[in-house]
Design a protein around this ligand. Structure first.
Ligand SMILES: Nc1nc2c(c(=O)[nH]1)N[C@H]1C(S)=C(S)[C@@H](COP(=O)(O)OP(=O)(O)OC[C@H]3O[C@@H](n4cnc5c(=O)[nH]c(N)nc54)[C@H](O)[C@@H]3O)O[C@H]1N2
Ligand SMILES: Nc1nc2c(c(=O)[nH]1)N[C@H]1C(S)=C(S)[C@@H](COP(=O)(O)OP(=O)(O)OC[C@H]3O[C@@H](n4cnc5c(=O)[nH]c(N)nc54)[C@H](O)[C@@H]3O)O[C@H]1N2
Ligand code: SF4
Ligand SMILES: [Mo]
Length: 703
């Protein structure tokens, strides 16, 4: 089968078009889309030529044609004609692009003329593409002088922790995990959310490596590791300190590496010595022997690698936890080996030309618009104007995100979006929970239909995505929509005319070989195999900063420390259970929940609860339960299972509210409190109680 070099080149059919998976997933797979003689995509598969993808996609994206050609795709601009918050027939009516754009431009202009910061963009990583996610959109809002958005909802605590410790979002190269002899999979459900890393871990295991999973939940990944350490949520720093304690007392340290390439050892040493394994065992709720064994493994096995992921940073002390774990490889000198060290995110290694793409220089001279944290959108949409806050939010433009389903404390998020005086525009593929509150819904292209370019946070390749098919219906790419709006608003700077493909070329400038991207679909960055073998961290000191002078200068602790959860178990008798809400394997955040074949696999929204906790509450397997705290309540089905540790319940996410039970989901009970570093949400720092439901919710299940 010939491989097309350009989507529109008439080759013999079927053709295959190279692309990139757009989803918020560390794997950033290379795609091959097969297109038939009618221009219809018939199959999406992994590109076998791309080493990390290796021809394999997850179940979700293997169904990509089902999503792109879904009968419920939004195919025309829609205008609200009924009440907010409902998507039933008669609430929206199709309108022309011209009418929609003209009205939206006029309304944004009127609001911005009074107070440009009353307009708020709201976007995250529905697509990770740099063109459809952070180019023309940013130019548009910069020029308008709109409020800026602090994009914290996922990874900013861990990111800030890496920056303060290693100097950037840098780490091991993922392929070398295959050569490690010990792998700690720490706060990551790799099989569910980082499948292509798991392939390397499996290779290591076959070569005799020990795999240890550190996770409160007994995940499918934990099942496949030799050891599972089921600590309480929010106690990772205590465990890391106990490991350091043992490394010190058994002298499993690389003194030379510490002396040459770290800052703050004496102070860290002193703090770690306050954490004998017995103390940590108490805090973490795990056997002391497990900690001793883990320390011995980590201190004596070479090379030892840590796959850290974001699960541990969704609690109050999440930033400190990532800092503490990121210190470990410098203590043992694990960085000396290419299969040693830690990987949380590789995204800081890419030479992205963000200022060129986003053009912050377009902002009105003299005043930097305020910044609103996307994680507190519930509170911020409900805030009145004040000197501290600035103007009330009067217009919100949502794209690449579904905040009504995914943002914490949904009760407030829903009330905010329901405001009659809020003008809401949503760029979407589907009628999501958020789109239900839109005044206008604009149909966006999917990854099969638009140009884009991608970096990755789980490997070090750049990928180019060519459109494989023409836009479905009247869909336009996000960049095209903002280009069109810019023209209607009279923005005349030449950068507003850049095409999507031109934006692809601008993303990395000459730092990445674009011709190679065009010919093979991906280009690998030139990075040393063991980048920190001789120090050379991108931090201010060039060293691994146990002690961060920059944090100290902000009045914060310069060293990592254990910060107990805000909602600490045992402190509120009404809510004795800690709840975490990690992703369901067959959804990607709230994306794919409306794809029937994937929803069939997940079945229905579930809460995993340990048999002891279920029995104490008279909850039977499969029963409908009510999960509640002071913020709200939601209903789902109990899965009585030892995947949950005693005292901790797992509310698997993130269902569309309207496809769940009683129009609710897990974020009804999560809080808007923010992490220690990075201003991130604390989804997994949440106390609840669970009871058998009296309502006949089962009837409303959409299987
Ligand atoms: N299939 C699938 N894949 C995904 C996603 C998805 O929704 N579905 N989402 C994507 C996105 S946006 C992201 S950010 C990543 C998320 O993936 P990860 O970065 O792996 O983060 P989480 O899934 O939040 O949590 C990972 C694991 O951490 C555990 N955990 C929870 N609290 C703690 C804690 O306090 N300490 C420790 N040690 N572990 C804890 C959870 O039980 C979970 O198994 O995955 C991406 N990939
Ligand atoms: N309780 C709980 N809540 C969580 C989490 C959790 O673990 N527990 N995880 C959090 C995390 S890690 C994250 S990253 C956030 C994710 O939150 P979001 O970034 O909002 O992710 P999604 O829910 O996948 O919604 C993305 C939306 O973008 C749309 N989209 C995709 N591509 C395009 C495009 O090209 N153009 C336009 N206009 N739209 C597009 C999709 O249709 C989808 O509806 O959720 C957070 N919420
Ligand atoms: S979601 Fe992740 S694993 Fe699945 S195809 Fe996309 S990048 Fe690959
Ligand atoms: Mo995320």
């Amino acid at each position: 089968m010939p491989t097309s070099s350009a989507a529109n080149t008439p080759l013999s059919v079927p053709i295959q078009v190279r692309g990139a998976c757009p989803h918020d997933c560390p794997d950033t797979c290379a795609l091959l889309t097969t297109v038939d003689e009618h221009g219809v995509a018939t199959r999406v598969q992994g590109n076998p030529a791309h080493p990390h993808t290796d021809g394999v996609l997850c179940a979700k994206v293997s169904k990509y044609t089902e999503r792109s050609y879904h009968p419920e795709r939004i195919l025309t601009p829609l205008k609200r004609i009924g009440p907010k918050g409902q998507s039933g027939s008669g609430q929206f009516t199709p309108v022309s692009w011209d009418d929609a754009l003209a009205d939206i431009a006029q309304r944004l202009q009127t609001i911005a003329a009074r107070a440009s910061e009353a307009v708020l963009p709201y976007s995250y990583a529905g697509t990770m593409g740099m063109v459809q996610g952070e180019s023309m959109d940013r130019r548009f809002f910069h020029k308008l002088g709109a409020s800026q958005l602090d994009r914290t909802i996922c990874a900013s605590a861990g990111a800030e922790a890496l920056v303060q410790t290693l100097g950037g979002k840098v780490g091991m190269k993922v392929e070398f995990f295959a050569e490690a002899q010990l792998i700690l999979i720490w706060g990551s459900n790799s099989i569910g959310s980082n499948l292509h890393f798991w392939r390397y871990a499996q290779q290591a295991k076959r070569s005799g490596a020990k795999l240890v999973c550190i996770d409160p939940r007994k995940t499918e990944t934990a099942d496949k590791c030799q050891e599972h350490i089921a600590l309480r949520p929010g106690t990772d720093t205590a465990l890391a300190f106990a490991l350091m304690h043992e490394l010190i007392t058994h002298d499993w340290l690389d003194h030379d590496y510490i002396a040459q390439h770290t800052v703050g050892w004496d102070a860290l040493r002193e703090r770690a010595l306050q954490w004998p394994p017995e103390r940590a065992a108490e805090v973490c709720g795990i056997p002391v022997e497990q900690i001793r064994q883990l320390a011995k493994d980590y201190g004596t096995t070479k090379p030892a690698a840590i796959r850290l992921n974001y699960g541990m940073q969704r609690v109050r002390g999440g930033g400190n936890a990532v800092r503490a774990v990121a210190c470990l490889p410098a203590l043992t000198g694990a960085w000396r080996h290419r299969a040693g060290g830690v990987l949380l995110s590789s995204s800081g290694q890419f030479p992205a030309q963000r200022a060129v793409l986003q053009r912050p220089d377009l902002m009105p001279a003299g005043k930097t618009p305020r910044t609103i944290n996307m994680s507190t959108i519930g509170d911020d949409l409900l805030r009145e104007a004040s000197p501290a806050f600035g103007p009330k939010v009067e217009a919100i433009v949502v794209y690449n995100s579904n905040p009504v389903a995914v943002a914490p404390d949904s009760g407030k998020v829903v009330r905010g979006f329901a405001r009659e005086d809020l003008f809401t525009v949503v760029l979407e593929h589907f009628q999501t929970d958020t789109a239900d509150y839109a005044d206008y819904i604009l149909p966006a292209t999917t990854q099969l239909e638009a140009w884009d370019i991608h970096l990755s946070y789980g490997h070090t390749d750049v990928l180019l995505n060519r459109p494989a098919i023409a836009p479905v219906g009247q869909a336009r790419s996000n960049a095209q929509i903002f280009r069109d709006l810019a023209a209607r608003m009279g923005f005349t700077e030449p950068c507003f005319a850049d095409s999507d493909e031109a934006l692809c070329r601008q993303a990395f400038g000459t730092a990445v070989d674009y011709a190679l991207l065009e010919s093979q679909g991906f280009a690998t960055l030139a990075i040393p195999d063991a980048p920190f073998a001789e120090g050379n961290f991108p931090s201010p000191s060039g060293k691994c900063e146990f002690y961060s002078a920059r944090l100290a200068a902000q009045g914060l602790d310069g060293l990592p420390d254990h910060l107990p959860n805000y909602e600490l178990q045992g402190t509120d008798a009404r809510y004795p259970l800690a709840m975490i809400s990690p992703p369901a394997r067959n959804f990607l955040n709230s994306t794919f929940v409306n794809v029937q074949s994937l929803r069939n696999i997940e079945g229905r929204p579930v809460l995993e609860i340990h048999p002891d906790d279920a029995e104490a509450r008279g909850i039977a397997n499969d029963a409908v339960v009510r999960v509640f705290n002071d913020r709200g309540s939601y209903e789902c089905h109990a899965t009585v299972s030892r995947r949950a540790r005693p005292g901790v319940v797992n509310g698997l996410g993130i269902w569309w509210r309207k496809l769940g039970l009683n129009g609710t989901n897990v974020n009804e009970v999560t809080s808007q409190a923010l992490t220690d570093l990075g201003r991130a949400p604390t989804f997994y720092d949440c106390l609840v109680e669970v009871e058998a439901s009296t309502a006949q919710a089962a009837a409303s299940v959409t299987a």
